[in-house]
Every structure is written in structure tokens, then in C-alpha cells.
Design a protein around this ligand. Sequence first.
Ligand code: NAD
Ligand code: GLY
Length: 369
Amino acid sequence: MSPSSEVATTLQVSLEERSYPIHIAPGLISRADCLVPYLAGRQVMIVSDDNVAPLYLEALTSALPDGLDVRELVLPAGEQRKNLACVERIWTALLEAGFNRRCTLVALGGGVIGDMVGFAAACYQRGVAFIQVPTTLLAQVDSSVGGKTGVNHPLGKNMIGAFWQPRTVLIDTNSLSTLPPRELSAGLAEVIKYGLIRDAPFLAWLEEHMTALRALDPQALVHAIERSCRLKAEIVAEDETEQGVRALLNLGHTFGHAIETHQGYGSWLHGEAVGTGMLMAAELSHRLGWLDDQQVRRVEAVITSAGLPLAAPADMGADDFLAVMRLDKKNLDDRLRLILLEQLGNACVHDQTPGETLHQLLDDFPRNT
Ligand code: NAD
Ligand code: GLY
């Protein structure tokens, strides 16, 4: 069943028996009719964080019909809490509530909550239903779609996890009204990513509409979210478990994860690290003879206009980057695999970057002063 005509858009992630809809509309959190058809049974555990719960938990729970056994769990917010200890709290709450295999977990929050709740659902009694209700721009355009779930390890970002698809994604665009501007910018990094890897006209649209997006213009936001989700849904449908094209979604992430891991989770926001990482990837693409200088300056300009940092951390040398990058999940047979840009709007997986070229880039790239 799909929600009524007030819904702005519904997209589909096509994965045979694991297919699911993404609903995008203002006010969806208070619209129980959207959520109810995707529940596996009566038992529902809504998991949120302590920033999001005071804003939206009541609206979500009060919209659910009587007759359900609804429990709530509020976890501490923050990337540094994306760990197994928090996932264990979810499992403990489920067991204490006596929840069985027909329960449904609902993730109400940003990418940290979504990734942890998805992972908890993937493992609880060998797999139960879950629903994504993303409340950050980053989660709405990226992490809630595609079924990558998991937690960080002190030695590497997102190193423990599983592919586990949600039953639906409910994107309430109104929730962005309470998002701090720094978090909005972090989400814009992932939006820019789609333009850079696969959609040059969308990149040009973003260059024109960045001011409107940062001012939360509703039409601009819906367009950016819809276009991003459509591109992600296409890629995931093609390559659910990242055997090929899905790796392109990691543009900027190999450099970005190195920043996040080295700096300590939460010091740089994920989207901020990805923004700087995308500029590093563009600069490396230039040194390999693919992008010209003007194209790199375009990447720099769009990242700046989103309010994202351009320089890497002052205390990170080339060897600090390389130490974390060697652990990247994309690497095969000890070869570093990087996502680079052949053109703006056309990314590739590259495992032939000469070591000296990469080292030189990491040495030369601007640092925070
Ligand atoms: P987040 O979940 O930490 O949320 C950012 C902050 O905003 C938190 O403090 C949160 O409490 C707060 N917040 C959330 N919604 C709010 C709202 N509507 N109003 C006010 N405050 C709100 O961070 P994020 O940027 O959403 O997600 C980052 C995480 O997502 C990272 O761990 C990253 O690895 C992961 N990620 C996963 C995928 C995937 O495919 N699974 C893709 C991209 C990123
Ligand atoms: N954010 C990367 C992916 O979903 O594959």
C-alpha cells in the first residue's frame, strides 16, 4: 500500500523479493498509514537518539494505531557512539521486551542510528524487519537507502556490518527544519557526490541552486533528495553488494574515512570528510591527466558553496592517510582501489595509481592552518 496523494514522490528500489519503496513528503513522520503496511507483526521497537527523540519520537509513536506493542529506545547521539556497545543495547531491549522474529525495528534519526538499527535488525534472531525514517539530509539522500548497515571499529570506519535492506524508507522533508546548518552541509557533500559520479546536469543544477538548498527551499530540497535517491536506487539495483558499480558511491570516502578514523570519530562530520576527500580525488584525477584544472576548480567551488571544508587536517601526514587507506574495504590483493573522476559526471574505480603520485598528492594537498 502506498501513502495517499499528499506524498510528493514514491521511488522504488528494485531488488526482487527485497524491493521496497522510498516515500518522500513533508510531514511523513506523523503519517502512520505510511508505516503500518510494512510492519512484520504487532511488535515495534522505535530506536532514536537523544537529539532526535525530543523532536520527533512523540509524533511518530502517537500516529501509530492502537493494538501494537510499541517500545522506544533512545541512544546517545554521535558518530563516536556508532559501536557494538550501542547495538548490544538494542538487542538487550528487544530481548527484555520478549520480541520475536516478527518484530520490526524503526530507525528514527540520522545515518548513525540508521546504520546501527539496520545492523541490529540483520543479526537479531538471524534477521528481522526494519524501517528507515531518516531525519538528516545525509541519511535521506544516502545512508537510509541501499541496505549497508554496521558500526565503526577503532581501527577503521564501518568495518563491522552487513547488507540488510529496510522494508521501506520514509523521508519527511520537514525534519530538515531543525537540522543544524553544519549537518545540512555534511548532507550536501553526498548530494554533490551523485552529480560528480554519474550526473553532470545534476551537478550543474546544484551549482545553480546551492543557495536555495542551504536556505531550505522546499522545492529545491525535494528535487535534490529525489534525484539523489533515484541515482542511488539505480546503482543499488544494479549491484546490491558492491561487486562493481556500487563502489562509485564511495567517491571521496577512502580519503574521508582516513580523516574520520585518524581524527577520532565525530571530530570531523562524515560529510565534511567526504567533501574534502572528493576534492582530493578530483586533484588526483587531474594529476593522472583526466580532469583539467578548470574542472578541479569547479569541484572546489561547489564544495565551498555547500559550506564544506577544503583543507585536510593539519596533523595528518601522507603516511597517516596511507595507514588507514590500506585497510579500506574496496582494496583487493593489497592493491589500493580509489574512486576517481574521468570527467565531471563520470567516475571510475582505479587500482593503478602510481604510489609516488598518490604520496605526492597527500604531501601537497592543503592543510588547515
Ligand atoms: P548522525 O546520525 O550523527 O546525525 C547528525 C547529528 O544530527 C546527530 O547529532 C543527530 O542527533 C542530529 N540530528 C539528526 N536529525 C536531526 C534533526 N532532524 N534535527 C536536529 N538534529 C538532528 O549523522 P549523519 O550525517 O546523519 O550520518 C552519518 C553516518 O552515516 C556515518 O556513520 C556514515 O558512516 C553513515 N553513512 C552510511 C551510509 C550507508 O550507506 N549506510 C552512507 C553514508 C553515510
Ligand atoms: N554510501 C555508499 C553505499 O551505499 O554504497
